[in-house]
Structure formats: structure tokens, C-alpha cells
Design a protein around this ligand. Sequence first.
Ligand SMILES: [Zn+2]
Length: 295
Amino acid sequence: MPRVKDSAFIISRTDFGESDLIITLFSWRRGRISAICKGAKRSRRRFPGTLEPFSLVSFEGFSRSPLTLTRIDECRLIEPFTAIQENLRSYFCGSYFLEIIYRCCAEGQANPALFGMLRDLFSFLATTPQIRNFNCRIRLFELQIITLLGFRPELSGCLDCGQTFDRSRQLYFAPQTGGLVCSNCTPKHPSAFEVSRGTVNLLNQAHRLDNKMRNQLNFTPQVEAESARLCRALLRWHSGQVFKSLSIMERHADAGTTTTQRNADTAGFQPNRNLLSQPNQPQRESEHEFSGCCS
Ligand SMILES: [Zn+2]
């Protein structure tokens, strides 16, 4: 079996037997992969506390191909991003992005730009959760990650009838088309919803912004709310799945959750609980549950 050496973010971990762990990673060279860490729960020498969600690690092991279960022998911590787990706002947002990677990244396909974006995102979540424009920053990360996943909406004209949009036209976003439709075509798209020019402008510019520009950009609550709705509709359409981290995040936001409440809410969560499989859709052998931190 070929030897592999790579770096990766830990997405989730699941106990396997008495001493092993099954983990999902998003790696630099091979994208999303599943791996077994033999003896990880016992060996502090080969796995020195490195296998927590959000952590960036380097690892060595063996793998037949990116689509088969990798066997990891040794891990080294590069950046733990532990502060994300210590702040509720960062924790819930970070869990949402881990779930995006889990559900929307093809297994075994490298995406170095997305890997770099995740590092920027986790650095932001770990260091600046109290920043005033936190929600705007998160929306920009969300829009840029959607672009890097290949889901960027088409905005040049109606995707149904082909008409271009002049400034007087009302715009609607139809998730199943992957872009905008005009008011005449909305009856054919029952899930379409209205979006403002400000949101469309943001969508047109978001993928061009570097980290410095992201820090400086602010937009209105209406644009922030519309872009959030649009991103989530798009992700749900492409993945075909409901994002559990979102409903948990919204529930805790409504309740003004404290750390104690969060721990109580997540205490009943067991690693083997199946969060990802759909009814009547058995898991593949190399796939395990998203047990990370959003449950
Ligand atoms: Zn149309």
C-alpha cells in the first residue's frame, strides 16, 4: 500500500473499538478523506492530542487510493484552533463550515484554494469572535467558499427565459436553477425568492475580495440576511441535505445560549449517532457519521 504524507483539517471523529478512531479530514493533497487511526486513544506519542475538530495537523500513513480508508500511523499538530471551541459564536459558525465541507466536497478531490480559505476562516474564528462586523465577515467567507466549491450563482440574466436585467426589474433567486430568474418566470419556480440589487452586487464582488478587503467590508442587515438565505438554499440544493448545524445554531441564537447550556444540549450526543445518512441511503464503507461539533 502506498505511503502518504499530507496536512489536513479534522472535520469529525468517531470512536471505533476500544482504542481506534475513525476520522474525516479535509486534506491539502487529497481533499475530503476518511481514515482510521489505529491505537489513537492510547498512544499519546503518535497522536499527541491532535484529533479534535478544527485542528490542522500533518499526518503519515498508508492508502490504496483517496477513495479508500486511509490508515494513519502518526499525527503532528500544526495549529489547534482551540479558541474556536471556547467561544459559542465561533463554535457554531465553525461547525456550520465543517458541515459544508463534509456534505459538499467530493471525496478524494483536492481543492487547495478551499484549504487556504478554511485556514483564513478558522484563524478569524479563533481570534476575533467579538468583532462588530462578525456576521458580514461570515457571509463573505460563505460566499467565497460557495464559489470555491463551484456553486457560484449565475447573475447575468434570467436563467429561464434568458432576458437580461435592467435596473427597473425585480430580481428573484431560484436555487434549483443556480441563479436569478425574472418576475415573469417565477411561477415556474415556487422556491424562488426576491433579492435586492445590493445582494446581487455583493454576490458579484465577493469572490474577488482578499483577506484585507474582507476585514473592511460592511453591508446592510437586509443584504446580510438575503445573502445568508441564498447561500443556504444553494448549499441545500447542491447537497440535497438539510444542514443540522444550522438548525442548532439558530436554536441557540434564539435562546441566547450560554456555554453551560450548549454543553447540556450536546451532552446527549454520541459519536455513533448517524447525522449524515439519509433514510434508505446506506453509508458507504469508507464513510462515517459527522460527529464533530455541530450536534
Ligand atoms: Zn425569465
